[in-house]
Design a binder for this molecule. Sequence first.
Ligand SMILES: Nc1nc2c(ncn2[C@@H]2O[C@H](COP(=O)(O)OP(=O)(O)OP(=O)(O)O)[C@@H](O)[C@H]2O)c(=O)[nH]1
Ligand SMILES: [Mg+2]
Length: 202
Amino acid sequence: MIIKTAEFLMSNSDVDKCPKNQIPEYAFIGRSNVGKSSLINMITNHKNLAKTSGRPGKTQLINHFLINKEWFLVDLPGYGYARVSKTAKQKFQSFITDYFEKRQQLISAFVLIDIRHTPQPIDLEFMEYMGVSGIPFSIIFTKADKLKPMAIERNVNAYTEELLKTWEETPNYFVTSSSKNIGRDAVLEFIAATNTEIESMR
Ligand SMILES: Nc1nc2c(ncn2[C@@H]2O[C@H](COP(=O)(O)OP(=O)(O)OP(=O)(O)O)[C@@H](O)[C@H]2O)c(=O)[nH]1
Ligand SMILES: [Mg+2]
């Protein structure tokens, strides 16, 4: 798929204020600092479309980016940022779950996971929540430039094994690096195929 246009549309603190049209959307979720905003920039080929930072907690709102005037990429705040106050953390959590539970236009989410780590309870819990809530998602492993291929395989397998303890099958997954431009085509192909499927059902 070719990205012809990518435009920032709006930021919202409340899911009820998000765009009311029926444009399909794909949302990026995961721990703070995992690389959600960077991945949106990589996918759209724009350096600064979504704001990124070395410090966790940069994205604090629901951000809609309109792609090719046809579909949205949605950048969300991260979960599991330990340094925010308890009340702020609770707010983020209900804010995120509110988005997933209310947003009818959401076609699929991408749960981002830092490839460098062994399976983390918070990510497993979040995927469990998505599964139980019936929200379709794929996994995107990020920061693949930081590991050698064998370590990538080992960590992907560790996640797969962990998920298969409670799931019958594992979600679709992608291995990416925003700094080395790895995995862009695979993610875009997935979105293109899903968009075509939606079109044919309309
Ligand atoms: N090496 C490497 N660093 C990355 C990659 N993707 C993101 N980063 C770095 O990770 C840090 C966090 O990136 P962001 O894209 O802001 O992360 P985020 O998930 O949007 O974070 P929040 O908005 O705080 O939830 C930045 O310093 C990025 O440069 C990657 O693929 N490789
Ligand atoms: Mg961000």
